[in-house]
Structure formats: C-alpha cells, structure tokens
Write a protein that binds this ligand. Structure first.
Ligand SMILES: O=C(O)[C@@H](O)[C@H](O)[C@H](O)CO
Ligand SMILES: [Mg+2]
Length: 382
C-alpha cells in the first residue's frame, strides 16, 4: 500500500482536519491542530506530508521517526501537532485496512470505557455552581473549570477569594464526592499559585492543572509541598523528551499530553508508558474536535494509568459547533453514567462527514486567542 494524496481542511470553530489517501482506496483522517495557530500547523502538515507521498502507510513508526528526526530542528507545538495529525491518519488507515480498531493493533484494551469530564463556565467563570449541577444531572461525575480570567504576578486576595467562592459553589451544589478539577491555565504565577493552591486544598479537588506555566515546572514541587491536591500538567509539552524531566522530578501526579499536539497516538502511548513507570496518572488533554477525541479513546483503551478523558462538550469557544457536527456516526461516542465507551469500529471509529467538512472549509476560519490586558494595560496571560 502506498500513500498517494492528502488534503487539509480548516473548519469552524477552530479545527483542522487531514485526509490521507492510499492507492488501495483506504483513506484515514487526523486532526493536526493547535488552538489559535491552525494555519501555521497546516503549512507544517503540507511540508511533512509531501515527504510521505509514495511511502507505506503501515510503517507508522518509520514515518514518525522520519518526520521527527530528518528535520534537524525538532519538537515544539507546531511540528509536533503536524506530526500528531498525520500519525492519527496513518493509524486510521491501518485499522480500516485490517478491519480492526486501533487499540487492537496496540496490544488490545485494558478497559471498556473511560470516565470523562465536562467543562463548566467556559473560559470566563460565571455561575459555575448551577452549570456544574446541570452537568451532574446530565450524568457527568466530574467537571473542570478555569480558576481565573487574569491574575497579575502579585495580586489581591480578593481575586483569590473569588476563585475559592466559585469552587465552593460547585462543591456545595454537587456534593462531597463530585470530581472538580481547577485549571490554573498558567495564568497564575508562582507567588499567587502558592496562595491559591493552599486556599483550594480544603475542597478535595480531583486535581489542579498548570498551577504554573510549563516553562516553570521546577516550581511544581514546592506547590505540592503546600497542598495535598494532585497536580496536573502537560497540555503544553510535546514529546517524550519534554516529559522526561517532569517525570524524573516526581512533581506531577497527572500528566495531560494532547493526542493532537504531542506527536499523536504513537508518541502519546510512549509518554503514557513512561508515566506508568513513575506511578503518574494520565488524563489526555482534548478540547478539540471528534477525530482528536476518537484518537484519545483508542489510546485510553490501552493505557493502564489513564483515568479520565477531557472532551470539548461545554467549552464555550467551541460552542458554534457541536463535537458531533462533522461525524456521520455520532453514536460512536456512547456516553453513559459519565463514562464514554471505547469505540470498537475499525480505525479510529469516526466516520467523517466529508461533504460537510468540504462545505465548512469554504468559510474563513481564523480563530485566534483573544488578547486580554490587565487593568494597568499590561498583557494578561491567555
Ligand atoms: O485544559 C484545557 O482544555 C485548556 O487549558 C485549553 O487547552 C486551553 O484553553 C487552550 O485551548
Ligand atoms: Mg488546561
């Protein structure tokens, strides 16, 4: 079998899909994108795919190593997202050609379903108690919320108190054992991260996420000493080599590589195995579209230390589109009791609605992160 052609489609709300074709008529889909930089990743996908035309799509490891090692400059969000989507498409082709779900080609499933969490409050926090209860009533057993819209390096205890109040509202609305994750989103710097982590400790959170920016991961250990709450990070880390130091440090309790940002199925499986050796849990990051989620579920099936899966339901900047808009077989994601069943159809399991994708790709989709400023005029972390 040979790779003969490929096409990319930028579609609303802010996603990029890739279709890879072969000479035997089997095609595969991937989702190579990083939020806010879809066009840049698209350019990288074209460069990398051009070098794969004519090669055997079954030799995924070889394709991965070629894309990673033959370029001299390596890693980072753009290249690793491009590799990620291509890798997903190759696994989709292989699974479809062999009539097997991807997890069967990776050693088989260790679980039949995985717990998922929903977002509440979107990006800007508001009425989170009610929103969380709505999710709970819809069957979810866990949610994630953003801690804060903006916080300066040293900021007021009033803003800290606002975060605490929202978390308290969710805890009170949803009961003592409902899963609550709080995403600091790298918006909180070390001086206030210490304070916030300690203030949130009494609420028995499932985890706090990116308490500091990943470039400051060496601070995680100190925050961990101040609070028992499990610490999660990793959505902005892209390779095994990025995760190596973090895992060696012992400072992360949960890692969150993204199947569309961190080299795809091939790389994320390896990162997860490294984490297993350090007794670190995995919660694959996925605020993206249906192909990315499908790829996550295939890997979740085979990763012993995976315990929960993010999915984009409830994320407000995706609200113009439903996760299932581009999928012809929406029943592939079977939600029940806050869990999603692992799809067992060949390949990634999602049947992409190609006509709709082509139609929507005609619209201009140019989503960028909004620029926020603090009261004093300085740029706020997004
Ligand atoms: O954990 C999450 O899903 C968020 O941090 C998103 O990745 C971020 O807003 C970029 O889209
Ligand atoms: Mg996050």
């Amino acid at each position: 079998m040979k790779i003969t052609n490929y096409e990319t489609f930028a579609v609303p709300p802010r996603w990029l899909f890739l279709k890879v074709e072969t000479d035997e008529g089997v095609s595969g889909w991937g989702e190579p994108v990083i939020e806010g930089r879809a066009a840049t990743v698209e350019a990288a996908v074209h460069e990398l795919m051009d070098s794969l035309i004519g090669s055997d799509p079954f030799r995924i490891e070889d394709a991965w190593e070629k894309m990673y090692r033959s370029g001299f400059y390596r890693g980072g969000p753009i290249l690793m997202s491009a590799i990620a989507g291509i890798d997903q498409a190759l696994w989709d082709i292989k699974g479809k050609a062999l009539g097997q779900p991807v997890y069967e080609l990776m050693g088989g499933a260790v679980r039949d379903s995985i717990k998922v969490y929903s977002w509440v409050g979107g990006d800007r926090p508001s009425n989170v108690g009610e929103a969380a209860l709505e999710r709970k009533n819809a069957g979810f057993t866990a949610i994630k919320m953003n801690a804060t819209e903006e916080l300066q390096m040293i900021d007021s205890y009033e803003k800290i108190q606002e975060v605490v109040e929202r978390v308290k509202a969710i805890r009170e609305a949803c009961g003592p054992y409902f899963g609550i994750a709080v995403d600091f989103h790298g918006r909180v710097h070390k001086p206030m991260a210490k304070v916030l982590a300690k203030e949130l400790e009494p609420y028995n959170l499932m985890f706090i996420e990116e308490p500091v920016l990943p470039e400051n991961n060496e601070e995680l250990g100190k925050i961990g000493q101040l609070s028992k709450t499990p610490i999660a990070t990793g959505e902005r880390m892209f390779t095994r080599w990025d995760f190596k130091k973090l895992l060696e440090s012992g400072d992360a309790d949960v890692i969150q590589p993204d199947l569309s940002h961190a080299g795809g199925i091939t790389e994320c499986k390896k990162i997860a195995s490294m984490a297993e050796a350090y007794d670190v849990a995995v919660a694959f990051h996925c605020p993206l579209g249906p192909i990315a989620l499908a790829a996550c579920l295939q890997v979740d099936a085979t990763v012993y230390n995976a315990f929960i899966q993010e999915q984009s339901l409830g994320i407000h900047y995706n609200a113009s589109n439903d996760l299932l808009d581009y999928v012809k077989n929406p029943e592939v994601f079977e939600y029940e009791n806050g869990m999603v069943k692992i799809p067992s159809l060949p390949g990634l399991g999602v049947e992409v609605n190609e006509e709709l994708v082509r139609e929507k790709a005609k619209e201009t989709t140019n989503w960028h992160n909004p620029v926020w400023r603090h009261e004093d005029g300085s740029i706020a972390e997004w």
